[in-house]
Each structure stands twice: as C-alpha cells, then as structure tokens.
Design a protein around this ligand. Structure first.
Ligand code: SF4
Length: 396
C-alpha cells in the first residue's frame, strides 16, 4: 500500500455481481473511465474476485470488487461462485448486472434475494441496451439501464451509487461523537517490532490524521517517554490514546483528569460494535471455573507473526496465565474465518482492531459470532479487561 493512498479498509466497497460475460468488468471500466479490469469475450475470465482501488468522482475513495460469474460451471466454477458469495459479507453497495439480451433472469432474481437478505443495498443494472435483442423483464426491474459499450446510462449509475452510500461513510471514522475537537491529545505509540522501520502502522496514521482534521494539538511519545512528554506540557492532556499493550503503565502515570483510550478501542468503536465487544469480554468473569475454555484469536492482517506478536504471544500468554492448561487457543488470519457452525466450538472470539477491513466486514463477523451464540471482543478491550481498567478507559 502506498502511504499516499487511502487504505482499502477505509474505502467504500462496491461489489459487482452478475453472470459470466454480463459485462461486469466493462461496466467498471465505463464507470471509472479506466481500463482497470480484465475484459474478455470468453465467459468466466474473472476467476477470483479482483479488487480495484480508485477514486470515483464525486464519491471519493472506493474499491470495486469484480466477482466471478454466478453461473460458473464445473468444480472450479463452483469454487469461484463460493468466493463471490463470500464477498457479500464485505460489500457496502452491490451492483447486480444483468445482460439485457439474456434469455431469462433466474440467476439474477436468486442473487438479488440473497443480497437483500444480507442487508446490502443493491443497484440492479440492465447492461447492453445498445443491443437490439435487449429485453426487459417484469421480474427483474432494473434501477438503471446502461450500455457499458456506448456509455449510455453510466452517469445515472454513478448517481445511483452516490445515493446508496451508507450514512456512516459520510461521517468521521474513529472518534465519532466523542468530543475531541480542539483537544490536547497525547499519543503513546507502540514500540513493537511490527511497525515497519521508518513507518507507523495504520491505526496510528488514521488517528493522527483525524485528530489534525479536528483541530487537535497532538503530541506523540512511546511508553518509556510518558513522564518526559507530560513534563513538557503546561497542562494535562484532555485525552491519552495509548497502544493497548501498555494500558497499565499509562494508566498509572496519567494525570487524573486526562481521559484514556487505546488505538484498538477507537478501531472497535468505528469498525465494529463497542457494546458487543465489551459485553463479550465479560464471559471471562465466569470462565475461571470452567473445565476448558476455547478461544479463537482472529487477526485481519496476513503478515507472518513476529516475536512478541500481540496475537500469537501476548494474548495467549495472558490467557495461559489466567486459565493454565484449561485454555485451548486457535488462531486465524486474513480472510480465514469460520462460519457460524465452525464458531460454535469456541467460548470467546478475540478479534484485532481490523484496520485492514471495512466496517461491513467486521459487522458480518460479529453477526456470524452472534448466530453461533459465541461472545466476541477485540484486542484493546481484552487487554484493558485483563489489566483491570476496562471501566476506567473512555469508551464512546
Ligand atoms: S493486526 Fe489488525 S489492527 Fe493490527 S494492523 Fe493488522 S489489521 Fe490492523
């Protein structure tokens, strides 16, 4: 990812669904005015969903997800269809493209129902209206009629996408309603080896950007520099945002009137559901007497775990300290995540801040956990709970 680009997790995810050769890839090209997707006259060219990040005027940063045709055939075809179905969980707006010259709309009706059932706003598009054979259907009534080839109807489609943008994308992402505007904020940054040399990781970059947008004065330090940083100020910071891994140290040193939160909690509030995560961690209240306790640690990053990794070392260490041999820990990374049935074997899911995912994706995981009846929490809330200060951190 270039440092100049909006991260994918903060982009509006627009899923393009349709049969093979309904003109999905050509439609993306017509919308963007660029030759972004592979276009072929051979049905089934798009194998895996393809992500294309770009600026879509006047919406802003989006990522188009070009999916495989849902009428794909054979063993491999079925796999491709399953991958397209997975994309629903992270789609903010679906564009369902039908070939206007298709003999019927059975597939489209099925997928329309599927997308609507998942609560995804759907824009139905009848493509190839330039063809004489283009028919309309009483069952599949398109929101927009277009020709990706001639460009007819593309502006109307762009407008339909703009109108369908969920409200949360128009608002601030991290601090929400928290009254942070104009505050003095101290950031206690992680010193862990995961931050690439010369770089800051995404949650810190996003926090700094939003605080500056909200006219805050921002001072950054590391855990071993808190005293020096506080001494350099002529008043206590209004808010301290810390790396979750040093909650206890920061809490001990913080001035009484400074509110405290963590990067991970900010992520939990903006990308997930803070109340669910706080409720979820309290399953640990009763777990101390359990015979066995099964935990799933889920991380959105796909990086190879490093020494001192929070998900593979720190959190498992704390769990073992509390539960000894009675705790069983499994972990998943990236897009791997069990379905509701697979989740049932766990007593708790501990998820990372998921800065790489969009909110829709995190909310889909929360929904799967709830369907399975398994509590879910996130790293920051778990660490605050284990440090015994969950009730002392500012949650918004
Ligand atoms: S582990 Fe999660 S929160 Fe941390 S950088 Fe990766 S995606 Fe973001």
């Amino acid at each position: 990812m270039s440092l100049n680009n909006t991260p994918r997790g903060n982009r509006l995810h627009i899923g393009i669904f349709g049969r093979r050769n309904a003109g999905k890839s050509s439609l993306i090209n017509a919308l963007t005015g660029q030759n972004l997707a592979i276009v072929s006259n051979t049905p089934g060219t798009t194998a895996d969903p393809v992500y294309k990040s770009m600026e879509l005027h006047p919406i802003g940063p989006v990522v188009f997800i070009d999916t495989a045709g849902f009428d794909d055939e054979g063993e491999l075809g079925k796999l491709r269809v399953a991958k397209s179905a997975d994309i629903i969980a992270r789609t903010d707006i679906a564009v369902l493209v039908a070939d206007g010259s298709a003999p019927d709309f059975t597939y489209e009706e099925t997928w329309l129902a599927r997308l609507e059932e998942a609560g995804v706003p759907v824009i139905t598009v009848l493509n190839k209206i330039d063809k004489p054979a283009c028919i309309s259907s009483e069952v599949f009534i398109p929101s927009v009629r277009v020709s990706a080839k001639t460009g007819e109807g593309i502006e109307a489609l762009r407008k339909a996408i703009q109108d369908a943008v969920p409200e949360e994308y128009r608002q601030d992402q991290l601090f929400g309603d928290y009254p942070v505007d104009g505050s003095l904020v101290l950031l206690v940054m992680p010193q862990d080896i995961q931050a690439p040399r010369g770089r800051l990781i995404l949650p810190q970059v996003q926090t700094i950007r939003e605080l500056l947008d909200r006219k805050c004065t921002v001072l950054s330090t590391t855990a071993d520099g808190i005293t020096k940083a506080l001494d350099s100020l002529n008043r206590a910071p209004d808010l301290i945002v810390t790396d979750s891994q040093c909650f206890s140290e920061v809490y001990k040193q913080k001035p009484p009137h400074s509110a405290l939160t963590s990067f991970s909690i900010l992520m939990a509030a903006s990308k997930g559901d803070l109340d669910t995560f706080v409720k979820g961690v309290h399953v640990l209240d009763d777990a101390r007497t359990a015979e066995t306790f099964h935990v799933l640690i889920a991380e959105a990053c796909t990086h190879v775990p490093l020494n001192e990794d929070i998900g593979t070392v720190k959190i498992p260490g704390l769990l073992h300290d509390s539960f000894g041999d009675r705790v069983r820990i499994a972990s998943v990374r990236g897009n791997d995540f069990p379905d509701a049935e697979g989740l049932k074997q766990f007593d708790l899911i501990i998820h990372c801040g998921a800065c790489m995912f969009n909110r829709k994706h995190v909310m889909s995981r929360i929904a799967a956990a709830q369907e399975a009846g398994v509590p879910i929490t996130n790293y920051g809330i778990f660490l605050a709970y284990m440090a015994g200060i969950l009730d002392k951190v500012s949650l918004h």
